[in-house]
Every structure is written in C-alpha cells, then in structure tokens.
Write a protein that binds this ligand. Structure first.
Ligand code: OAD
Length: 253
C-alpha cells in the first residue's frame, strides 16, 4: 500500500489507557502542521531542508555571517505561517485537552498553530517564529523602529534582532525543557505525533516516558527510530488519525 494511504488501526488498549489517563503528554513535530500547508523539514523534496541548507540558515554562525539572509528567510516563513490555519489534527488536540485531567503539549514547532487552535498549555521547546528577541541580550522585543536596516536593531542595546527560535547548536529554553522532561517522567500516555524523532532532546522524551511505564504511541505516516521500542504505531496523517483516536476513545461524545 502506498505511504499516503492511512494504514492505521487503533489498538483498543490504547483507547482504554487514554480514557483512564490522569496525565497525557503529546509531542508534536512539523508533521502535524503539514496538512495546514506548512512545509516540514526533512520530508522528501517538499521539506524545507530539501530546498535550503539548515547549516546556512538556522545557526548562530549563519546569522553572524549573513544576518540579512537569515532574517529574511524567517520573515518568509513567518508570512507563510500567518496565512495558514490549524487543521483537524490541531483541533483534535484541543478536544483531547478537554477530555483528560492533564495534557502537556510539547511542540518542536515554532508556528504557534497549537495556540491558534485553542490549546492552552503549550510547551514550545524550540521557541516561536512570531516572537523576536535581541541577539545580544536574548530579551524578547515587541516593538522597534523600522529604519530600513535589515535585521532591525534592538531599541535597548542596539544589537541586531533575531527570531526567538532555537537554532542548531543552541540550548533549549530552560523552563520549557524542564517542564517537558518532568511531564515525560510523570505521564501515563505519551503520543509522539508528526516528528521524525531525529533531533535531541525531543527524541528522548518518549523513551523517558516508556521507561517509566507509560503507554507510548507513534502517530506518523512513516516509520521513525522510535519504532525500535515497544510502542503503538498508528501509521498515517495526523489529520485523520487524531480525530479517529478521539472518536474511538470517547465514542458517545
Ligand atoms: P521533520 O521534517 O524532521 O519530520 C516531520 C515528520 O512528519 C516526518 O516523519 C513525516 O513523515 C511526518 N509527517 C508528514 N506529513 C504528516 C502528517 N500529515 N501527519 C503526521 N505526520 C506527518 O520535522 P521534525 O521532526 O519536527 O529544529 O523536526 C524536528 C526539528 O528538526 C525541528 O523542530 C527543527 C528541525 O531542525 C529546530 O529548528 C531547532
């Protein structure tokens, strides 16, 4: 069967554990925004990294070498994201937050679509493309004078401004990392959705949950390294699988 046909069946045991879970953790990657029209990073020819070299755009060195190129690339991505809408996969996670006592939604995405869909507690471990910060002091800057200089300058210290996202080689925001790690240690169910599972430390969060006895499921159209573990695999697009998972878990709703 071709890769794009949902081949998923939903294990009844997953629905049972989800229905009785006190704390659910969801980890999302670029795949959950794919059906909204936001390119992923590593998908074949459509992924961002197929068209651009991440080492030339998403690193502090790249920014120091050509700040104008990096700033304009993020401006392009910001405009793209501001024009798209959350999809059925995002909406299903808003419903999930209503259904379970506690949901920790950890996202590697910087597009802000989970918040726009209506999720209240979103842990953005890679930052948010709609936010801007000072390259020198790291403080979030909301307003600055447009002088035509690209990138614009911090009104407080004069350093260049940059997107408030985590670049390759940079540390994750402490608070976001700690919240994600603690939730992974404490949850009953961990759903890994739309991520290739290649970037640390996010790739280790489901393994932490598994080692603590949580039920772990991968929701993705293609296999990822997580499948080497004893996890459920719901193969297909999040926009189809997540609504089906909620329907089968809470059928009389
Ligand atoms: P990737 O592009 O590495 O992986 C996206 C995953 O989504 C792939 O496994 C696809 O098969 C899957 N996918 C595609 N369409 C889907 C759909 N409709 N529903 C569900 N899944 C789908 O993106 P990430 O795993 O998010 O880091 O990448 C992780 C990090 O690497 C990103 O946060 C970024 C990048 O470097 C930073 O920017 C720091």
């Amino acid at each position: 069967m071709s890769n794009d046909q949902p081949t998923f069946s939903i294990p009844p045991e997953l629905c049972d554990v989800l229905r009785s879970a006190r704390h659910v953790v969801v980890l999302t990657g670029a795949g959950i925004s794919a059906e909204s029209g936001v390119p992923t990073f590593r998908d074949g020819l459509t992924g961002l990294w197929a068209q651009y070299n991440p080492q030339e755009l998403a690193t502090p060195r790249a920014f120091a070498r050509d700040p104008k190129l990096v700033w304009e690339w993020y401006l392009w991505r910001r405009e793209l994201v501001s024009k798209v809408q959350p999809n059925a996969g995002h909406q299903a996670l808003v419903e999930l937050e209503r259904r379970v006592p506690r949901l920790t939604l950890i996202t590697q995405n910087v597009d802000g679509l989970h918040q726009r869909a209506g999720n209240r507690r979103v842990v953005e471990i890679h930052g948010n493309i709609m936010r801007t910060k000072c390259f020198g002091e790291g403080t979030v800057i909301e307003r600055w004078e447009e002088t035509g200089e690209i990138p614009p300058r911090c009104p407080k210290c004069g350093s260049m401004l940059r997107p408030d996202v985590v670049w390759f080689g940079e540390a994750l925001p402490d608070q976001a990392f700690n919240e994600a790690a603690l939730a992974s240690l404490a949850c009953n169910v961990f759903l890994s959705i739309g991520t290739s599972g290649l970037v640390e430390p996010a790739a280790s969060f489901p393994l932490v949950a598994l080692r603590r006895g949580a039920r772990v499921a991968l929701i993705n159209p293609e296999e990822t390294p997580l499948l080497s573990e004893n996890v459920d695999f719901l193969r297909g697009p999040a926009g189809s699988i997540l609504p089906a998972l909620l329907r089968e878990t809470w059928p009389n709703s």
